[in-house]
Design a protein. Structure first.
Length: 56
């Protein structure tokens, strides 16, 4: 039995037009998270320090 895909923002069933989201609002919320750097790849503290030293 296939499972329904759920919106990653609100967990409602997705709508084809906005896939993988359920609505324009959730799609826009996701975009705002990207723009505001709400999504980040975790780095180890020593790696973060190394990156800071490379910039300076």
């Amino acid at each position: 039995m296939p499972t329904k895909t759920r919106c990653p923002i609100c967990r409602q069933p997705t709508v084809t037009e906005f896939r993988p989201f359920c609505s324009r609002a959730c799609r826009d919320r996701d975009l705002i998270n990207w723009v505001d750097e709400g999504y980040r790849v975790p780095v180890a503290p020593e790696e973060e320090n190394r990156l800071d030293m490379d910039e300076g």
